[in-house]
Every structure is written in C-alpha cells, then in structure tokens.
Write a protein that binds this ligand. Structure first.
Ligand SMILES: CC(=O)SCCNC(=O)CCNC(=O)[C@H](O)C(C)(C)COP(=O)(O)OP(=O)(O)OC[C@H]1O[C@@H](n2cnc3c(N)ncnc32)[C@H](O)[C@@H]1OP(=O)(O)O
Length: 259
C-alpha cells in the first residue's frame, strides 16, 4: 500500500515536471518566433509577386509601430471587405478589430503596388530600408495586408491569421494563395504546429478559398465541432492546416468521422 502511494505521487511529480517542461518549451518557441524582426527576410523570393497583371512588393510591420495613415488604411479596407459578411455584428467587431490592429503581438505583411524602377532592381533592400527607417511610403499604393500572430492553441504553437485582406483590384489574381503559402512557410520555419484562422460563415468566397483551394479543415476547436447546437448559433468557423501528428491529433482529429 505504502509503495503504491509512493509510486503514484512520484508518477504525479514526474508528470507535472513533464507538463511544465513542455509548456516552457512551447513558450520558448513562441518567444523565439516573436523576436524575429522581419520574417520576410528569410524568404527573398516571396518579397515580390508578379503575375496576372499584378506587380507588388511585400513589407513587414508590427502592430504597435504602425504609422497613422497605415492604421487608417487597414480600418478602411476592413470596413470595405468585412461589413457585408459581419452584417449586424459589424459595429461591435469593428471596435474589436481596431484594438487587435495595434497590439504588439500583431505581425503584418503589407502588399504594396510597384511604383518605381529602383525597387524593381532590389526588392529586398528596399524592404529593409522601409522597415528600419519606419518609412512606409505612400499608403495609397497599398493593395492589401495579412495580420498574423504566433500564439498557443490547445498546447500547440500556431500561426493564427487574424486577417487576410485584399482590395477588389488585387483579388482573384493568385495573390491570396501566394500570401497563405508564405504564412505556411513562416509557420514551418518557426516550428509552429499549424496555421489557424477564423472565417465568417457568410463569407462564402473566403470559406471556399480556404477549404477548397488551400485545403484547410474545420478545427476541433471550432464551435460546430465542439457542439453542433452551439455551432449552429455561431456565425463563424475556425479552420486549420496542421504540420505534425500532435497538432493534427489536437486540432484536426476525428475529421473523417464528422458528419
Ligand atoms: C482569416 C480571414 O482573413 S477571413 C477573411 C478573408 N478576406 C476577405 O474575405 C476579404 C476579401 N477577399 C480577399 O481579400 C481575397 O479575395 C481572399 C483573401 C479571400 C482570396 O484571395 P485571392 O487573391 O482573391 O484568391 P486567389 O486569387 O489566390 O484565389 C485562389 C482560388 O480561390 C478561389 N476564389 C478566390 N476568390 C474567389 C471569388 N471571388 N469567387 C470564387 N472563387 C474564388 C478560386 O478557386 C481561386 O482560384 P482560381 O482563381 O484559379 O479559380
């Protein structure tokens, strides 16, 4: 009896230690990824996109360092693109998005239309110059952005895409797919287990883009998977793409069994 009690408490201590060590390792992964100033520098071929009549450059940004005109640009584009899908929820959601926009955890990739020949010669140098001088150029030439964060979901470090927003003139030209490929590369390089995001059910085109074109699946943490009754009341789904077996088990499991 004594021996059993001893071993049980010893096992519990070992288990607790393992859990704490795992948590520490995950925190370290997030800290390391968040400390990288400009993730684009690791992917030079992704700094320029030229296809389907579009020629654009990508630049990095951080939420608490955004110049006022860029903040205004983000707000305007969000309103133009998202007021429809959010419907009556928009007023409240707009306030939430304004707060999220300027968080120090918010990482950005801005998409800027090509305006001069100098940047054509060396897009990466141009990007560095803009990032480190805080010079973001003329906000009128932005055509979209991605807002993403490194966070933990179900004990898995993930890249969470808060927003992927393109102006109408830049849509349906392969740019959204290109940006999501870049996000997946950033996630992989920084040892994240998955990419996750939330989509309004009313945003049928975006839902189709993620699930059909990019093969994202409805996550186990999405309300509709947690409880179909609650899911029916909610206006959104949480989607994911996992990169390892642990992330798959926690964020995607039982996908085959679901209705
Ligand atoms: C996490 C979130 O941010 S959810 C909110 C997503 N953002 C929005 O809804 C804002 C408005 N929309 C957009 O910004 C963009 O259209 C996005 C991000 C949804 C998609 O990016 P795009 O660059 O337009 O998509 P891309 O050109 O890469 O399209 C890939 C495929 O998705 C599908 N698709 C994309 N847009 C559409 C559309 N309007 N109608 C039908 N299918 C579409 C198509 O299958 C397309 O492939 P195809 O052009 O070869 O047929």
């Amino acid at each position: 009896m004594e021996t059993k009690r001893f071993s049980t408490s010893k096992e519990k201590r070992i288990r607790r230690k393992e859990v704490l060590e795992k948590k520490k390792a995950i925190d370290e992964i997030i800290k390391k990824a968040s400390s990288v100033k400009d993730h684009l520098l690791s992917f030079p071929p992704f700094c320029h996109y030229e296809r389907n009549g579009l020629s654009v450059y990508l630049e990095s940004g951080i939420g608490d360092q955004l110049p006022s005109p860029i903040k205004k640009y983000i707000q305007n584009l969000l309103k133009a693109n998202m007021e429809g899908p959010y419907g009556s929820e928009w007023q409240m959601e707009e306030k939430v998005k304004r707060r999220e926009m300027v968080s120090p955890e918010a990482r950005y990739i801005f998409v800027r239309q090509s305006t001069n020949a100098a940047s054509d010669e060396n897009p990466l140098a141009k990007n560095e110059e803009r990032l480190y001088t805080g010079q973001t150029g003329d906000q009128n030439h932005l055509v979209g952005f991605v807002h993403y964060r490194f966070i933990v979901e179900e004990d898995i470090p993930v890249v969470y895409v808060y927003e992927l927003q393109l102006e109408a003139c830049a849509q349906r030209k392969g740019l959204g797919k290109f940006l999501m490929q870049l996000i997946e590369l950033i996630a992989h390089k920084n040892r994240m287990g998955a990419v996750m995001l939330t989509v309004q059910k009313a945003n049928v085109l975006a839902m189709n883009f993620y699930t059909t074109k990019l093969r994202y699946t409805i996550s186990t943490i999405s309300p509709s998977r947690v409880d179909p009754l609650i899911g029916a009341e909610k206006s959104y789904e949480i989607l994911c793409k996992t990169f390892d077996s642990e992330a798959k088990a926690k964020l995607e499991e039982k996908q085959q069994d679901d209705g």
